[in-house]
Structure formats: structure tokens, C-alpha cells
Design a binder for this molecule. Structure first.
Ligand code: AMP
Ligand code: GLY
Length: 434
């Protein structure tokens, strides 16, 4: 089977690596990909948001399965587009991703919140404001305890959430978001919500339109500096599984959140196909939804996929064809520790084009993985090409040993300005012990 994967991050390298060893794969294309994905298949110059170009490529290259890695094509309706073209051109291109209705869970915070209320899914209390009712926001703020959480309704490249304890500042930010176009159209509507105290955790599940399966839990580390200091990034590392997500906690997640989400979408006439990413807050043992995403996480994928023993193509094809209930889903019980190496200055301005040196293969353990993100090849040499450059993952018996392995391997990768967090996973070691 020929497969087209859309995206260019560490997540897509993790997809591509797993796909490249799938038995049923004939040709794997990645658009646009990075230096790592090109070793697993063939990178192609194609804009994932140019749907006409995507369908043309699929037809010309006999693609049977399309995998959107990130949210943009999904939120813009690539699944509905391909389904319509399949009828127009009598093709049968399958897509492992949700339709545009379901993708609103990620594309619109207001949609996600209203969905959760409709289906009784635990989440923070909220109200949505726009230019018409902005004058009522003061009343709502006065019902909340600080800190105040303000979320741009639409996609804002992970930057659309602002939290402040200062009421005057919250009012000012609300005005800037709605009236000042702080995040463009994405902040024309703003969700204000109750602050949830606790520790964050992500849980990943797959759906095929008929049933769902739970993949794994993971915790990512969003701030640039140790101890969660500094600005938010795309993610500086991840641990999977999360020790506090024990059987009892995961049962609550499944019964109160995952099942009602899949059933809720089905009851609204839009069964979910694809990856469901639940961003949760563990509030004294009670999971509550902070956000939905409709794709895998980055860097959580780089931690979870090395644990997955199931054939990747079989899983993705099962998602697209409604066949995951019979899937032999096998997850390694060991811990994965992923550390991202980033360019100096990230998430602010960075310089690209720094030469990267990698350890030779003999230094990479059989349970270790190097995933490329912002990398590019030039004349056979590897250079940095983005903020997040390379993710290193190790599997081992517990968090300290997996971290130790990843730190060692990370120290063998070098480029000018290389930076990585030194405290990934350490918060989990003592969590719940005092
Ligand atoms: P989001 O983009 O919705 O994941 O929000 C970004 C970050 O803001 C989350 O990872 C949380 O750390 C934080 N956050 C979002 N919503 C809340 C909330 N209701 N209570 C506490 N923290 C929140
Ligand atoms: N790691 C967070 C995300 O992928 O959105």
C-alpha cells in the first residue's frame, strides 16, 4: 500500500519510522518531511493545506492511505474534501483522521466546551465572549477566583491561552484579544474559564468510527526552562506512561471522558476516526478536560510510539476502515523518556543552518531513538532548520534509568546553541509522596 504522511516534525518522523517497518507498506511519502523522515520514505514538496495538490498527488501516485500528522489540514476539512473527491473521481483514498465537524474539538475552544457540557464531561466552568457581549465579562470575572484563564477560541499555534491573577490585566487582555486582534481571527471569540489546580497529563486514544481503544498516557513539558519557567514552547520533552495515571485514574478517564466523547460525537452524527488527544488536569484524583486535540502530540508521539509494538500501518488502516476493535494493540510496559534538543533562543528568534553532529550507530542502544524535527540535509550534511531540532527517546524500566539513557545520548548530539531541559520527568518521581 502507498501512504502519504503530512507534516514535518518529530511526530512525523516517529510515524514514518514506525511505518517504514510495517509489512504492508510499498511506498511512503512525507510532505514536506525533514531529514529524518527522508530516511524512512521519500520527502516531497507539497503544501498540506493545498488540498487540490494533495489529491492530485494521491491520484498520480496511487496513494491508498493519507495520514494528516498535525491539526491544520484536519481543522480545514481535509477529510471531508477527500471524501467528496473520492465520489467525484471514483477513487477510494482512505484517511486516518477526523472530519471537520469532529476537528472542531481542537479548532474551536467554544465548540469543545459546549460539547463537553452537552455530554456531561468534566471540565472547568466557562463562558464565551465576543464583541457583542464583552461588556458582560466583568460580571463573569467576579464569579471566578483568580487566576483567570483566557483562551482564544480558534487555532493560535499553541499560544492562545493566557493566565493571569491580576483582574485589571485579565480585562485588558480580553479587550486586546477580542477588539485588538491579538491573535487575529482566532481571538474574535474568547473562552474565559475557571482555573483548575493540579498536575497535567495527556491521554491518547484512537477511534475508527465504530469503537475506540486507549493508547497510552504521557506528560509533556511545555515551558522552555527547568521547573516550568519561561515561555511556552511546542514541548521540550515527554514521559510515558505517567505513574500517577494508575488503573483507577485511567478508569475514570475512560468512563467519564473518553467513552462519552466518542459516543457524544457519534450521537451528533459524526463518529470520530483518528487520534484523540485529551489534555487533562488531575484535580485531586479527578480528571478534568483542559483541551482536546484531534491528532497525536509532539513530543508525546516520540515517547509513545517506541512503546507501541503493534504494526503501525495495520493500526492506521484500521482507524481509516473501522477495524480497530480486533487490533492486537500491544504497548511496552517500560517507560519512555523523550528529551528535545532545541536551537538557542527558542521559542523566540533562532538562527538556522547550524551543522549537526550525530553519534555513530554503535552508540545508539537498541531501545533508543533519534527523531528529527527541525533538521535539513544540504550536500549530504545535516543542519538545523527550526526551533525544535531533535528529540531523543530511550525505553527503560523506570523514569530515572530511561532519563539517564536519553541524557547520555543527547550529550552525543551537538550543534551550535544546543539547549535542552535537564528536569524532564523529575516532578513525577516525588509526585504524591508528600
Ligand atoms: P491549552 O492550550 O488549552 O492546553 O492551554 C495551555 C496551558 O494552559 C495548559 O497546558 C495548562 O497548563 C494551562 N491551562 C489551560 N486551561 C487551564 C485551566 N482551566 N486551569 C489551569 N490551567 C490551564
Ligand atoms: N505537546 C502538545 C501538543 O502536541 O499540542
Amino acid at each position: 500500500m502507498n501512504v502519504l504522511l503530512l507534516g514535518s516534525g518529530g511526530r512525523e518522523h516517529a510515524f514514518a519510522r514506525a511505518l517504514s517497518s510495517s509489512i504492508g507498506i510499498s511506498k511512503l511519502y512525507i510532505a514536506p518531511g525533514n531529514a529524518g523522515t527522508n530516511e524512512c520514505g521519500q520527502n516531497i514538496q507539497l503544501n498540506p493545506l493545498d488540498f487540490d495538490a494533495v489529491i492530485k498527488f494521491c491520484i498520480d501516485n496511487d496513494i491508498s492511505l493519507l495520514i494528516p500528522g498535525n491539526e491544520d489540514p484536519l481543522v480545514h476539512g481535509i477529510v471531508d474534501f477527500i471524501e467528496a473527491k473520492n465520489i467525484e473521481f471514483s477513487t477510494s483514498i482512505k484517511v486516518a483522521g477526523p472530519n471537520q465537524y469532529c476537528a472542531q474539538l481542537e479548532g474551536s475552544k467554544d465548540f469543545a466546551k459546549a460539547f463537553m457540557i452537552r455530554h456531561n464531561i468534566p471540565t472547568a466552568a466557562y463562558k464565551t465572549f465576543d464583541h457583542q457581549n464583552i461588556s458582560e465579562a466583568g460580571d463573569f470575572f467576579s464569579q471566578l477566583q483568580p487566576p483567570y484563564v483566557l483562551k482564544a477560541d480558534g487555532l493560535a499555534a499553541g499560544k492562545g491561552v493566557i493566565i493571569t491573577s491580576d483582574l485589571a490585566e485579565a480585562q485588558k487582555i480580553l479587550n486586546e484579544m477580542i477588539l485588538g486582534g491579538m491573535f487575529g481571527d482566532a481571538s474574535k471569540s474568547v473562552v474565559i474559564e475557571e482555573f483548575l489546580p493540579g498536575i497535567e497529563i495527556s491521554v491518547f486514544a484512537i477511534g475508527d468510527g465504530n469503537s475506540y481503544r486507549i493508547l497510552a498516557s504521557a506528560k509533556d513539558y511545555k515551558r522552555i526552562f527547568d521547573n516550568d519557567k519561561g515561555p511556552n514552547t511546542g514541548g521540550m520533552g515527554a514521559i510515558s506512561p505517567v505513574p500517577f495515571a494508575d488503573e483507577a485514574f485511567m478508569l475514570k478517564v475512560e468512563n467519564e471522558i473518553i467513552r462519552p466523547t466518542f459516543e457524544g460525537l457519534k450521537s451528533e452524527g459524526n463518529p470520530f476516526k483518528g487520534f484523540l488527544f485529551l489534555g487533562l488536569m488531575n484535580v485531586d484524583g479527578q480528571p478534568k478536560v483542559i483541551e482536546y486535540n484531534v491528532r497525536m502530540g509532539d513530543p508525546e508521539t516520540e515517547a509513545i510510539f517506541p512503546r507501541l509494538k503493534t504494526d503501525m500501518l495495520e493500526m492506521l488502516d484500521g482507524i481509516a476502515t473501522g477495524n480497530i476493535s480486533e487490533l492486537d494493540l500491544e504497548i511496552d510496559s517500560r517507560t519512555a523518556a523523550t528529551i528535545f534538543l532545541v536551537s538557542g533562543g527558542y521559542p523566540g528568534d533562532i538562527e538556522k543552518g547550524k551543522k549537526i553532529t550525530l553519534p555513530n550507530d554503535s552508540m545508539i542502544g537498541s531501545n533508543q531513538y533519534i527523531f528529527h524535527a527541525g533538521t535539513a540535509l544540504k550536500d549530504g550534511e545535516l543542519f538545523t532548520n527550526g526551533g525544535r531540532v531533535i528529540a531523543v527517546t530511550s525505553l527503560n524500566g523506570d523514569i530515572p534509568s530511561a532519563l539517564n539513557d536519553s541524557n547520555k545520548l543527547a550529550s552525543e548530539i551537538n550543534f551550535d546553541g544546543k539547549f535542552n531541559r535537564k528536569d524532564i520527568g523529575l516532578d513525577l518521581l516525588n509526585y504524591g509522596k508528600n
